[in-house]
Write a protein that binds this ligand. Structure first.
Ligand code: AR6
Length: 179
């Protein structure tokens, strides 16, 4: 499913983030930027050990912030590492998750990146309920694209049918509210 915000295409797809042919993929990282499991483990495996060598030099990353590295063996030229909140059920969660998307998109613009793919940050090991996370992700991306030009494609990559269906429903609701 896709929509157009200004000149940017924003789409949700089912797929594997490590296989995306875009300028940058986003990693749902941990504060030490170690390979870890989930999306992060898969990205580090696909990129090769040079990615961890570069991550080691970055001095970690705070929750809600983002750092950029090269993509090495990935099709993507860059990896943007952002650290999602561990879900606690407080208002802070939403702010921090929104910051992950905003700061990753800002970093993309600063590096002249035209296409970027995100996973559903915080919805795995970090326990953020999928539907709540989808609302924050989709609203934040749309708001950013309304205010910023320069990106051609923003893609949200969902790993399974259930995650895709939840995001599709949330995106339809948000589009209806916008009309
Ligand atoms: N492509 C797209 N989505 C994926 C893939 C993939 N290859 N693999 C898993 N997902 P998680 P978090 C989905 O746990 O919750 C790591 O160990 C997955 O189904 O990777 O932000 C880090 O080092 C889920 O919906 O990220 C941190 O310690 C979503 O991606 C911690 O986990 C995010 O799941 C970060 O936890």
């Amino acid at each position: 499913m896709q929509i157009k915000i200004g000149d940017t295409t924003f789409e949700i797809v089912k797929g594997d983030i490590t296989k995306q042919e875009v300028d940058a993929i986003v990693n749902a990282a941990n504060p030490r930027l170690t390979p870890g499991g989930g999306v992060s483990g898969a990205i580090h495996r696909a990129a090769g050990k040079e990615l961890w060598e570069e991550c080691k030099k970055l001095g970690g990353c705070k929750t809600g912030e983002a750092k950029i590295t090269r993509g090495y063996k990935l099709k993507a030229k860059y990896v943007i590492h952002t650290v999602g909140p561990v879900y606690k059920g407080s208002i802070e969660d939403e702010k921090l998750l929104a910051s992950c998307y905003k700061n990753s998109l800002k970093l993309a613009l600063e590096h002249n990146i035209k296409s970027i793919a995100f996973p559903a940050i915080s919805t795995g090991v970090y326990g953020y309920p999928m539907e709540e996370a989808a609302k924050v992700a989709i609203k934040t991306i749309i708001d950013f694209l309304k205010e910023n030009e320069g990106l051609e494609l923003v893609r949200l990559v969902l790993y399974n049918d259930k995650a895709y269906e939840i995001h599709k429903k949330v995106m339809e609701e948000i589009i209806r509210e916008m009309e």
